[in-house]
Design a protein around this ligand. Sequence first.
Ligand code: PMP
Length: 442
Amino acid sequence: MTPSGTAQMTKREDVLAAQREFLFPAVRPLYDQPLVLDEGEGVRVRDVEGREYLDLFGGILTTSVGHCHPEVVARVQAQVGRLGHTSPLYVTEPQVDAARRLAEIAPGGLSQTFFTNSGTEAIETAIHMAFLHTGRSEIIALRQAYHGRSFLATNVTAMGVWRPLASSFPGIKHAMTPYPYRCPFKQPCDESCGEAFVRDLEDVISTTTNGRPAAFIAESILGVGGYIVPPPGYFARAAEIIRSYGGLFISDEVQSGFGRTGGHWFGIEHWGVEPDIMVMAKGIANGAPVGATITRPDIAASWTPKTFTTFGGNPVSMAAACATLDVMVAEDVPSRAETRGAQFSRGLAEFEDQYGWIGESRGMGLMQALEIVHDKHTKEPAPQTAKALLEAAREEGLLIGIGGLHGHVLRIGPSLLISEAEVAEGLDRLSRACERVEQVGS
Ligand code: PMP
């Protein structure tokens, strides 16, 4: 090893030692040998030892226009040198511009926004808003949903792995996840099952709440849960049901927003449903910490008490959001995601045919997943095989993500600007990783 190679190794070890010493141990890196990243450009990242990776996970579906997109970098740099912070006590143009851009692409009458610093805070805002608007305080979510890490959001999230404490918020109930691959009603699952899942939602409302719910909240595609795409018709009927009980429908678009699902700006638009409140974060500002809650003016007006967040809507984050949104509009990311997503989907379907341990390949647009099982018939989840594939992909210079209730679903969610050649390269690398797993034995 060259002297500079040794120095890089030492740097990696130093960073890892400092991480272990100074960060909460609960901040757990993904790989057995944690990856220490140093640089990024487009769909590539480099670690501190100079090794390059094709990044198909984009910082968890967040670097929506690619690492260090020059337009975003330039506009953030300009803003930070002009006015870095003011607080909401003052009005700034970047915040107004970002809100206007959101209103332009959001469905229907959603036009007024509150900016925060994370998806979690945006979820809190949406639920708080629903409580204030309806004067009610019960909420229904889905069992495989993930909505964030605050006390409230971990309670709205039902998956045990994300709930460090026992339930600490009353009034949160969970309905069955409309999960076609594991549909208990019928296989293959179809529109009639959508109706059966909606009956469960109604049952939860009428048997576990006082019948006056404030809202039903759901991701239009369940992200952390493993890119679960509900059956056709589910959301239209679910929105109808919650509204028939006087509640609001909140769509969590933190993962599925901004063209990610292909063909539309927001996942929920695929189902022809206009939410009452919509939550966004992740891809909105290409990695700058921005969360946003958008709703109709009649609902927004219900928040009459004063509210405040020091950093929410700060000019630097807002400059990042405006630049990212401009690039996304100019590049027409919904149609790019549709085309590149179809390319991924064809490739992943071939892997599904080829390997007995890939139970299903699924997804929409640039949100594509592989559900890993011990056997296609029993569908028993195989988290160890999923982990082996994650590690093998890394060996092949490829970053992907993991999710699902048992950590058995591999997730792809790259920059929305990924090219045809880069998708082909990703599929090649993933194919070699699958072969490695197959050789070792699943
Ligand atoms: N909602 C969804 C659908 C998410 O995927 C996440 C983050 N994974 C959140 C909310 C919370 O966002 P954040 O991590 O920015 O707080």
